[in-house]
Design a protein around this ligand. Structure first.
Ligand code: NAP
Length: 691
């Protein structure tokens, strides 16, 4: 593990950057970073001397091509392996994380939360994306009457570099949540952590490099300023910024970024709110949940979360009860050195950050009264804390709900303002005064309140948590962005979007609308397009192994007459005696039918009876059925057959079998399509391996 010098600046550890496959030490000392708890020096940081243009070029010419040699699944496996590697070393990160002022619980969010995001994005990618180099999006579009001209959207990786500029509050999670989607997409990354806590990011990058899991050039690190890096961006690059709205705005308006139309993702500060439903009474489970949630958001990471609750909007009639209950709970919070077991809230990331919070609090207090806390508190738990960046939690109550600066001023620390509302419309108006937030929450046990308020505020928020007793035990809480759900928000929150499962991966790819003949599009996408050439062979496709199967392999089945006896037997067997299958007159009165019809599920079963090869072979199981549509009724006496085509193959990196999707169409005697769907199967790679 990296040694942290704590005394003589001459001997102080200099953070290194990782550039073009080598660790780089700036000849200059740069800024000194302080331990948030003790105020001791931790390291110095400077990037002077780095060749930023060469770094970008290295990423584009070495990292990008190396990554794009692999498929989505192969890259997702790298991300998973990286997660496992980092998890095995997590205690090293926890140890250093204490210097950021974080408690063990705070560090868990940053370190294991970040690693968990790697696992999650990797898994989503392998489930929802093909194991190939092109990602078709949505369904084939029929662009012509005869079907010889069709369309399909595809995603392919951008061929530039992803530049990730991150905030100081989550030195690990902030890097990993952006790294995972970029790598899976196939883009190399240059990470620039915020200086204040860059020592922890540097340590993690050191381990990532040592792991040798990622191809050369796929990850570089800048410790210090970004120099002229942003003057070298192109339209193939992505800049993803997390930090204050003012810095974000400046960077987004940079001449080169604007001229090249470089994709710019921005996650900025946000005046997130929580709303207490007007149905919730003191003493109820939901009232306690509201109080707990506000206290948790004020104290976790000492309130330094972009998603933390800054405004708690409550019915005016309940302001006093809420203020008293939160104050009572805050009395239990122990602020001090996280090394002390009694401590429940650590320090801010540094004294500069504390000063920023105090300046914001000054502004807030001009429009509010302090209900809990002491801005002048100097003494905190722990022996060596007098120079630490500690602050008491501060709860305020707005004087005038509509004019308070609480809607504009973000105190990025353990600070929250209570704002009173008169009715639901008023609550919605107040929430919207944040001018766009990452997340909002609503605590209610009333479905009407949930609908009125959620639909009123949704357009102003990237994520909304509706909390009641039913989900509270398993709820991940107001402040936790989740890899499966989008993180980002409109307006003041930056207008950006990250994560959200595979959506986050698409931010690093270009969507292209392909047009052409079905055969051409099949070749490009690796998916059998409707209307493209089908290949029939003597061998039943169920007798072919995963490797032997080719997209387009097709079986045209025998024909079968569907009889009234079939329908009656199926009604008995399944218990589905819906009148359209059992009562001729009633069925005829139904606008969809002329008389009794076959059950849709009977048809699907008859189709399986026609296309299945019964003997033991490479096909292992039917794992699902998708996009089923019944298009034309089947009457007793109709004669059906099936066209069954290998539509898409998805080999699995860690299994001896792959997934095969079969385009399945049931026709009647007139050539009309009665049903159309995808059958999903697991097919063994080779007959030997199935044994
Ligand atoms: P900041 O001053 O805007 O800095 C953010 C990042 O930008 C840091 O890495 C910083 O590097 C870098 N930076 C600053 N000036 C730059 C420039 N001219 N060129 C290139 N990079 C530059 O924000 P902060 O005060 O550190 O972070 C706290 C803010 O971030 C809060 O307002 C919080 O709400 C917001 N935040 C938002 C999210 C989100 O997901 N929406 C998450 C966390 C935090 P240096 O540190 O080296 O200056």
């Amino acid at each position: 593990m990296k040694t942290i010098e704590t005394t003589n600046p001459q001997k102080l550890a200099k953070l290194q950057s990782y550039s073009q496959g080598k660790w780089f030490t700036s000849p200059e000392t740069g800024a000194i970073l302080k331990n948030a708890v003790t105020g001791d020096d931790v390291a110095s940081i400077c990037s002077d001397g780095l060749d930023f243009a060469a770094m970008a070029n290295y990423a584009r010419t070495v990292g990008g091509p190396a990554l794009r040699e692999f498929t989505f699944h192969q890259r997702a496996m790298m991300v998973k392996n990286l997660a496992t590697y980092l998890l095995e070393r997590k205690e090293l990160f926890y140890e250093l994380s204490t210097a950021t002022g974080a408690t063990r619980a705070d560090s868990w969010i940053d370190i294991e939360g970040g690693i968990g995001t790697l696992f999650s994005i990797s898994s989503k990618a392998r489930i929802e994306m093909p194991n190939s180099k092109v990602f078709p999006e949505g369904k084939q579009e029929q662009l012509s009457r005869k079907g010889t001209f069709v369309g399909q959207h595809i995603y392919t990786p951008l061929q530039g570099v992803a530049i990730h500029i991150n905030a100081y509050n989550f030195p690990c999670w902030g890097m990993l949540e952006k790294l995972a989607p970029a790598l899976v997409a196939g883009m190399p990354v240059i990470v620039k952590p915020a200086s204040q806590t860059a020592y922890l990011t540097e340590l993690m990058v050191r381990h990532i490099v040592e792991s040798n899991i990622l191809p050369e050039g796929s990850l570089q690190l800048i410790c210090g300023r970004t120099g002229d890096l942003l003057d070298h961006v192109t339209y193939q690059d992505v800049v993803s910024f997390t930090g204050s709205a003012s810095t974000g705005l400046r960077l987004r308006q940079g001449e080169k970024i604007a001229a090249a139309n470089t994709r710019f993702i921005m996650e900025a500060d946000s005046l997130n709110c929580t709303i207490l439903g007007d149905d919730v009474e003191p003493g109820s489970a939901e009232f306690d949940l509201f109080v707990n949630e506000v206290v948790r958001e004020m104290t976790v990471k000492a309130g330094q979360k972009c998603t933390a609750i800054r405004r708690a909007i409550v019915p005016t009639t309940k302001l006093d009860a809420v203020s008293d209950a939160i104050s009572k709970a805050l009395e239990q919070v122990v602020v001090g050195d996280p090394a002390d077991d009694s401590v429940t809230m650590g320090a801010l990331a540094g004294t500069d950050q504390r000063q920023d919070v105090l300046t914001a609090v000054d502004q807030l207090l001009k429009h509010s009264r302090l209900a809990f806390g002491d801005v002048t508190q100097q003494s905190f738990v722990g022996e060596n804390t007098s120079n630490g960046a500690f602050l008491s939690p501060l709860l305020m109550v707005a004087n005038d709900p509509h004019t308070t600066v609480a809607h504009d001023v973000e105190a990025f620390g353990p600070v929250c303002t209570l704002v009173g509302y008169t009715d639901r419309e008023d609550a919605v108006r107040l929430a919207a005064k944040g001018k766009g937030s990452l997340v909002g929450s609503l605590v209610t046990n009333d479905g009407d309140v949930a609908q009125d308020i959620t639909l009123g505020v949704a357009a102003h928020h990237g994520r909304i948590l509706i909390l009641n007793e039913a989900c509270a035990k398993e709820s991940t809480g107001h402040g936790s962005p989740l890899p499966q759900l989008v993180h980002g928000g409109p307006g003041r929150a930056g207008g950006g979007e990250e994560l959200g499962g595979v959506r986050g991966i698409k931010h690093y790819m270009q969507r292209t609308a392909l047009q052409g003949s079905p055969d051409m599009l099949s070749n490009v996408t690796g998916i059998h397009m409707t209307g493209s050439t089908v290949k029939s062979s003597e061998i039943h496709p169920f007798q072919k192994t995963f490797e032997e199967l080719e997209v387009g392999d097709t079986l045209i089945t025998e024909k079968r007459t569907v009889t009234l006896e079939d329908i009656e037997a199926f009604a008995e067997l399944s218990g589905d005696k819906f009148y359209a299958h059992t009562n001729e007159e009633a069925a005829a009165r139904n606008p969809f039918f002329d008389g009794r019809v076959a059950h849709g599920y009977l048809l699907v079963s008859i189709a399986a009876g026609l296309f299945v090869w019964p003997d033991e072979g490479p096909v292992l199981a039917n794992t699902g059925l998708e996009n089923l549509q019944f298009q034309k009724p089947v009457y007793p006496g109709d004669v059906v057959h099936v066209q069954f085509t290998c539509k898409q193959k998805k080999n699995r990196e860690t299994e001896t079998w792959g997934e095969v999707r079969w385009d399945t169409t049931i026709f009647n005697q007139n050539g009309d399509i009665c049903a159309h769907y995808d059958v999903l199967t697991g097919v063994a790679n080779s007959s030997d391996e199935t044994k």
